[in-house]
Write a protein that binds this ligand. Structure first.
Ligand code: AMP
Ligand code: ZN
Length: 505
């Protein structure tokens, strides 16, 4: 498709640099195994639907994964499903979230887990997030968790009536990831009596005497269930080995869950060093929160927004992905009707521009060839955009800088359409917006409670058009008012040629 154009020019890959929460610096990334990155992402606790804040965490990991792929690496990516062990308090107090949900809904835990796991996977697919190489389910790993706990128990744990506890004073530099040990913070949230240190945590919780739990296993410490932190140490090690390259999660995990995983990993490997690599993973990466006017969106607080509810309101899920990519993953992102509306419009513009390019390129196939091939063969006017895009995503996944470059390619003049489409396809492999498949019609999702269908709206608008042509403005206004009453916003003179939309709040 291309002529050999730029083969005599020198181009260099921007080195991939990623922020490591462990060192609090941006560091050049190279995988432990040549050309192969191993990534573990803490997955959802499936006692409820994921909210769009949770989903921001997976848009982030997907952007990371796509960037590693863009850089030519093979990626093994594990996401776990926490179906046991996550307590209602982030430390060791309260009930198991799964047991509590099962009681409240009078259903079996297994039903609840299956239902919300399935819903989560639908969210992942709707956001065009690549499925992980493997989903690991916590309850499949209980024997390995017991074996892990047995290995570290003699030197790092002690038993209380309520369970087997990890003594955080037995590992060097506990809490380094969180920026230091904060006993006062742990004391505030963790009232378990008998612990040696406020930051100690349960790695095995015994079932209370006389109480039959839905999920419990025999162990050397009695019937009970594994602690949440133990699960991720065991599953990441089982599937990726130790050390592996990158461990991800939301920024809340930087404070308790990941320091506890690190402490367990250090205990298991007998490491006396907190240097990256001795903590289980070389890189620990965290996305910042999605917040709304009430603060951090959170499942336990309730009143949260799901992706399903956005779709019900007529918002295409990829608009939410675009909203996420418009902010750097380490910045807080505010969710509001205005921000979401702006993302919908931005997506619409992109899709319409690309649709127009595709119409002009009819008969020509475009594809996303390898980066080095693109570099050597792309139209010279496009090469700087490719370089800038590469530099942006290699700079700790700077998607807010990458998106305007995509928009620039869409609007570029005097460059053959097929070459622009080819570059757009390449960019989209990293951004995952599904831009070459999405059509304008796909973006018009009718809200669930819509009182009118798309065809009816189109018919009414045709009638209104005819009335205006006849200069019958009274009838035109009447039709418009009737549409408004049925929840349709008519946008006269819409420069996007969108003309109407079903209003969402
Ligand atoms: P959970 O299902 O509660 O275990 O959370 C799944 C993921 O979502 C974890 O990586 C959390 O750190 C992350 N998370 C939770 N709340 C938010 C939020 N408001 N914004 C971004 N990430 C979040
Ligand atoms: Zn985890």
């Amino acid at each position: 498709m291309f002529d050999q154009k730029n083969s005599d020019q020198q181009h260099s890959d921007a080195p991939l640099r990623l922020f490591n929460s462990l060192t609090r610096t941006i560091e050049p990334f190279s995988p432990i195994e040549p050309n192969h990155a191993r990534v573990y992402s803490c997955g959802p606790t499936v006692y409820n639907y994921a909210h769009i804040g949770n989903l921001r965490a997976y848009v982030f990991t997907d952007t990371l994964r796509r960037t590693l792929l863009w850089k030519g690496l093979d990626v093994t990516h594990i996401i776990n499903i926490t179906d046991v062990g996550h307590l209602t308090s982030d430390a060791d107090a309260g009930d198991d979230k799964m047991e509590a949900a099962a009681r409240a809904q009078a259903r079996s835990i297994w039903d609840i887990a299956a239902h919300y796991t399935d819903a989560f996977k639908r969210n992942i697919a709707d956001l065009n997030i690549l499925p992980p190489s493997e989903w690991t389910v916590a309850t499949d790993y209980v024997p390995q968790m017991i074996a892990f706990a047995q290995t570290i128990a003699p030197t790092h744990c002690y038993e209380l009536e309520s369970g087997l506890y990890f003594d955080t004073a037995t590992v060097p530099d506990y809490g380094a990831l969180a920026g230091g040990r904060d006993d006062a913070a742990h004391a505030r949230i963790d009232p378990v009596a008998g612990k040696r240190n406020a930051s100690d945590f349960a790695i095995w919780r015994k079932s209370p005497a006389g109480e039959q739990r839905q999920m419990e296993w025999d162990s050397p410490w009695g019937k009970g269930a594994p602690g949440w932190h133990l699960e991720c140490s065991v599953m990441s090690q089982a599937r990726l080995g130790q050390p592996f390259d990158i461990h991800t999660g939301g920024i809340d995990h930087r404070e308790i869950h990941h320091p506890n995983e690190i402490a367990q990993n250090q205990a298991y490997c007998g490491c006396t060093d907190t240097q990256p690599g001795f903590t289980g993973a070389r890189w620990w990466m965290h996305n910042n929160f999605l917040v709304d006017r009430q603060g951090k969106m959170s499942k336990s607080k309730g009143g949260f927004t799901t992706l399903f509810s956005l779709i019900d309101r007529g918002v295409h899920p990829i608009a939410y992905r675009l909203l996420c990519l418009g902010a750097h993953y380490r910045s807080e992102l505010e969710f509001s009707a205005e921000n979401l509306g702006a993302a919908v419009t931005r997506l619409k513009r992109l899709v319409m521009a690309i649709e127009a390019l595709k119409n002009r390129a009819e008969g020509i196939t475009w594809q996303s060839p390898r980066l080095d091939y693109l570099r050597a063969n792309l139209h010279p006017k496009l090469v700087p955009l490719l370089e800038q895009f590469d530099a942006a995503i290699a700079d700790d996944l700077m998607t807010p800088r990458a998106l305007p470059l995509l928009e620039e390619v869409c609007g570029m003049k005097k460059v053959p359409v097929d070459e622009r489409l080819c570059l757009i396809a390449a960019f989209d492999q990293a951004l995952g917006l599904n831009l070459l498949t999405l059509a304008r019609a796909d973006l018009r999702i009718a809200p669930r409670d819509a009182a009118i269908t798309g065809q009816e709206i189109e018919a009414e608008l045709d009638r209104r058009q005819a009335a205006r042509a006849d200069k019958d403005f009274a009838l035109s206004d009447e039709i418009r008012d009737a549409l408004i009453a049925r929840g349709v916003e008519v946008m006269d003179g819409d420069p996007l040629r969108w003309e109407w939309r079903l209003a969402f709040d």
